[in-house]
Design a binder for this molecule. Sequence first.
Ligand SMILES: [Zn+2]
Length: 84
Amino acid sequence: MLLKVVGSERIVFFCPLCGVAWRAPPAERRLEQVETLQDLAPGGVTLPTSSEALGTGFALAEVAFEDWFSLLEDAVKPLPLSPS
Ligand SMILES: [Zn+2]
């Protein structure tokens, strides 16, 4: 999954099933780097907007909210409300 680092425009890659995160997508069928979201985004992550996700240029697949939200509930941080 693509996630956006809070306070940055940086996108990181995350597998919610094993909890491994990457700065760049790993090569298919290879695991040469193991980091966590905490390593890559100590301030937390949010979901990228659809235009930010499409802007990465990666081939994306849409997954229904019900199918992924429970896997990410602990990782995704609500954005602080901006003062009005
Ligand atoms: Zn995994």
